[in-house]
Write a protein that binds this ligand. Structure first.
Ligand code: FMN
Length: 256
């Protein structure tokens, strides 16, 4: 089984998207026949679609921009599943992911052929169906609501491309995972990613209770707001980069 992971975080494997993906991959690797193509967009693609339409009339189904996009596309179409993983930026998946999805639109080169009266939507014929998708996002706000726009977008986009979405995983309070807040719950949540990865390769889906654990909040909104505000006030006052924050020195308990 081949799985392609597209990680659009500018921090690559060192970001929080990478952290949760690592646990997920451990689960996927529990099956013996799984091979994973792990792609970091920030390392290989930095060009956006230039709107030339060459992929729709000239080099049909292929992008004329000279970078790694066509090679990634080949990996995608030869996969059983594709994970689209992104950090949440300004209430959406980030720009690198959007640029990638724009360029993936090259497969919609067929003219419009269908109109669905019920939904009042027009569809192109998609001759080459992309593999089923798993949407995988991390953000630092509380709860599922900040991911609503991304979820709506991904559903519409993949409906247009006739791609099945196997699971949507929206991890809130991502940055709080560098704090020892509730170690037991944090470990349970991280382990649920491994269970989710394992379920995907074993059963072809991820069960609802595992997704619920993967996306569970670790702190209440008021604790989140206090912690977040104190954290950034200290970073701003002492010009500390968030990743260098000394939690021993400024533990939340002491600050309260
Ligand atoms: C420019 C920017 C905008 C962000 N906007 C949001 C946001 O709207 N909602 C949210 O929950 N987190 C937001 N975040 C926080 C990131 O989603 C969070 O830090 C995430 O863990 C980053 O993932 P990464 O480490 O893999 O890059 C934002 C971060 C940045 C840098």
């Amino acid at each position: 089984m081949k799985i392609t992971i597209i990680n659009s975080s500018p921090k690559g494997k060192n970001g929080k998207t990478g952290l949760f993906l690592d646990y997920f991959m451990r689960g996927m690797q529990s099956a013996s026949d799984v091979s994973i193509n792990y792609i970091f967009l920030s390392e290989i693609i930095n060009k956006t679609c230039n709107g030339c339409f060459a992929c729709w009339y000239q080099n049909i189904g292929s992008c004329i921009i000279k970078d790694d996009f066509n090679a990634i596309y080949q990996k995608i179409i030869n996969s059983n599943y594709v994970l689209y993983a992104s950090p949440l930026y300004a209430l959406m998946f980030n720009g690198a992911m959007k640029s990638f999805l724009d360029r993936l639109s090259m497969i919609t080169h067929e003219p419009y052929k269908e109109y669905d009266k019920a939904t009042k939507k027009t569809y192109k014929t998609i001759n080459l169906k992309l593999p089923p998708a798993i949407i995988f996002m991390v953000g630092n706000m509380v709860g599922q609501s900040p991911f609503k726009i991304s979820s709506y977008y991904f559903k519409e986009f993949f409906l247009l491309l006739k791609v099945d979405i196997i699971a949507e995983i929206y991890r809130p309070e991502s940055e709080f995972f560098q704090l020892p807040i509730n170690l037991k719950l944090q470990e349970e949540i991280l382990n649920s990613y491994t269970q989710g990865g394992s379920e995907l390769v074993t059963n072809g889906f991820i069960s609802k209770n595992i997704i619920a654990k993967m996306t569970e909040d670790i702190v209440e909104p008021n604790v989140f707001i206090n912690g977040h505000n104190i954290f950034w006030k200290i970073c701003q006052k002492f010009k500390i980069h968030p990743k260098n924050f000394d939690f021993e020195k400024y533990s939340f308990m002491k600050l309260n």
